[in-house]
Design a binder for this molecule. Sequence first.
Ligand SMILES: [Zn+2]
Length: 331
Amino acid sequence: MSAFAPYPWQRHLWQGLMARVAQQRLPHAILLTGSAGIGKRHLASCLTHSLLCAARREDGTACGHCRGCLLLAAGSHPDYLRLAPEEEGKGIGIDKVRSLAQFQSLKSQYSQGQVVVIQPADALNSSAANALLKTLEEPSGETTLLLTTDRPMSLLATIRSRCQRITLSPAVGIEAEEWLKIRLQHTELYDDSLLKMSGGAPLRALHWAEHGELEWRAQRCDELQALERDEQSAVALAQSWFEMGSERILPWFFGMVLDLLRLKQVPQATPLTNPRLQRQLHHLADRVDLMFLQRLAERMQGWMYAMRGQINQQLLLEELLLAWKQRRIGG
Ligand SMILES: [Zn+2]
């Protein structure tokens, strides 16, 4: 398969995009959304290559060897601009958006039009987002803007409304499963629960497989049991979890709480976050009160939101573990 081909679970979407390209009806600004690990970046890259390729294949994918393709591969295509944070997790500032205006004023050099990719679009800071609005309000017929994000609600509503939104739905079908199997075929890492656990985000499932996520989760559950048996203190466990990174711990814990809530209501359900720990989680669900779980889930949502700001994460984890151990939420 060509490097410029979309992932198998994106084929249908791709055909729709290519039909619009053929009819010259591709929107001038596209917002690609869908959960993390579903392949938005890759799809944006395939589309960029296709738009700037002078000799597209029949399926619309880029040829890989025309001048446009070679320049893109070399990172020096004059009609391509990518706006991204300098470092992962950082913002995209107004200077970058200003460079976009300058870029557009140069006009397309190779008569295939210009392509601007902004990823992730939720990294635009507020002045950059406002500056971008101007570009979106006065579209140049030559430029296609591709914005990607897994948090569309954190964009300005005015940006969202000026883009045509294309949402990648969860990839839970056989194509995604087969893709994952092939990627892991020479390893022992494939597990049929990974894709479901990832909520249909195959790249995340792959990352999890390669980084031992199933074992990692099982270890955290063992630690919770050790806490309940008084073999481990909440303070010591919070310290160790803090060192692992609360941005990894909290979403997992939250998912487990949601699983337990589901098991309380539908006892025969399969836990989604820890399918391998079905027996332990069923056992645990019997020992936790429904009201406590509901309150904890609510509180945890607030914590996960607070985590993005300045907050003492180690104390927060201590509070969580103490609440868990005492089955009681303070404050
Ligand atoms: Zn080409």
